[in-house]
Design a protein around this ligand. Structure first.
Ligand code: F6P
Length: 417
């Protein structure tokens, strides 16, 4: 009977709760024991605090001594409310403080589909990036008997998953040599089954068309621009709207198409002109000339000029004011893009991909590669996790080297300039 755990890692994205729900329920349907790991890889490293007694909810928890009390204080499950009716090893209404790896049942994820963020918490764990941290994580998994892991996160988190799987035999051998696990446990846990799901608003992962959370973030940006449009039009102002996406311009590009923006600056296609400022002002001047009362310039947070010098929103504002005399404001949308309820697509993708993730785990053997579940041509597809991670890193490298054509062809083999 496969013992399956799911965790969310890196920056949160809408749809992560739907992932957890789908994995837990698909796992139970397939006869697995199901667990959640709280606070991403950090929870895997910390494991369950030995000897910690769970007590009725809302009791003080002063007996728990940990290095970072703030992290525990902020845990979403602290009062046990979200896991009532649990069919796992935590009776209804019991606190989960001090436990990072938690057995969960069907009812524990009820109502999670439409919740924003990630209810099991996420973190960018520094400890997991060390071998010592990964050794602790392996130990905690073996201790709980877990042999399969679903990781939902961005490229950094999936790189971590890839490293963990490739190191697994070595970690198990070390734990056995150190006498932390028995020879039987080492034998039983010789193979780690691991699958990645891409949860990221940036849509920057190779070998998949769409990442979980990107559609919701895009929708949020469009709504915000609709709101900005009305006030911009009233005052005949210009707005420089900065959107997230790290080194990827997908959100900005799609938002520009959806909102009919006047000008767009993204990392993948830096303006070719020596003076992109002239080009931008020329376009906007023409738009104003034909009677447009408002101006929207979209700037991806990773936008740069052809020499890879970052283009700052404040600078764009200055240019619009000084060269065109436009009354200009900057709106940095920030984390409103990331939070909030998932749109329909960010419930459908996680549900279909969560089911596929469990199937991939069940079919996993020491010989099969670890898979990432992605979308390809509107279909749920398994792709080798290592290849997806390596291609994503190659895209980042090509962008650094100003080889934009290579970056685009790596992202999309059918790319035509
Ligand atoms: O990767 C998701 C993302 O939201 C990026 O678009 C953005 O650059 C970054 O995370 C922001 O990170 P933080 O939440 O740590 O400020």
């Amino acid at each position: 009977r496969m013992k399956l755990a799911v965790l969310t890692s890196g920056g949160d994205s809408a749809g992560m709760n739907a992932v957890v729900r789908a994995v837990v329920r698909a796992g139970i349907n397939q006869g697995c024991e199901t667990w959640v790991v709280r606070e991403g890889y950090e929870g895997l490293v910390r494991g369950n605090i030995e000897g910690f007694q769970t007590g009725p909810s809302r009791q003080p928890h002063t007996e728990v001594k940990v290095k970072n009390p703030n992290l525990l204080d902020n845990l979403g499950f602290g009062d046990g409310e979200l896991l009532k009716d649990g069919t796992g090893d935590l009776p209804s209404g019991r606190t989960l403080k001090g436990r990072y790896i938690v057995r969960v049942g069907w009812d524990d994820v009820r109502g999670w589909m439409g919740e924003g963020g990630t209810l099991i918490g996420t973190a960018r764990s520094k400890t997991f990036r060390t071998e010592e941290g990964r050794l602790a994580a392996a130990f905690n998994m073996v201790k709980e008997g877990i042999d399969a892991l679903v990781v939902c996160g961005g490229d950094g988190s999936l790189t971590g998953a890839d490293v963990f799987r490739s190191e697994w035999p070595k970690l198990i051998a070390t734990l056995k040599d150190q006498g932390k696990i028995s020879a039987e446990q080492a034998e039983e846990h010789g193979h780690l089954r691991i699958v990645g799901l891409v949860g990221s608003i940036d849509n920057d992962m190779s070998l998949t068309d769409l990442t979980i959370g990107a559609p919701t973030a895009l929708h949020r940006i469009c709504e915000s621009i609709d709101n900005i449009n009305s006030t911009a039009s009233s005052h005949s102002r210009a707005f420089v709207v900065e959107v997230m996406g790290r080194h990827c311009g997908w959100l900005a590009l799609m938002a520009a198409v959806s909102s009919g923006a006047d000008y767009l600056l993204i990392p993948e296609s830096p303006p070719e002109e020596d003076s992109w400022e002239d080009a931008m002002c020329g376009k906007i001047h023409r738009h104003r000339d034909v009677g447009k009362r408002k101006t929207i310039v979209l700037v991806a947070e990773g936008a740069c000029d052809k020499n890879l010098k970052p283009i700052r929103s404040d600078y764009v504002k200055e240019v619009l004011e000084q060269r065109l005399g436009l009354d200009t404001r900057v709106t940095t949308l920030g984390h409103v893009q990331r939070g909030g309820k998932p749109c329909a697509l960010d419930r459908i993708l996680p549900t279909l991909q969560g089911v596929e993730a469990v199937n991939a785990l069940l079919e996993s053997t020491p010989e099969t590669p670890s898979y990432m579940i992605g979308m390809c041509g509107n279909k749920v597809k398994r792709v080798p996790l290592m290849e997806a991670v390596a291609t994503t890193q190659a895209v980042a490298q090509a962008l650094k080297e100003k080889d934009f054509k290579r970056a685009m062809s790596l992202r999309d083999p059918e790319f035509v300039e």
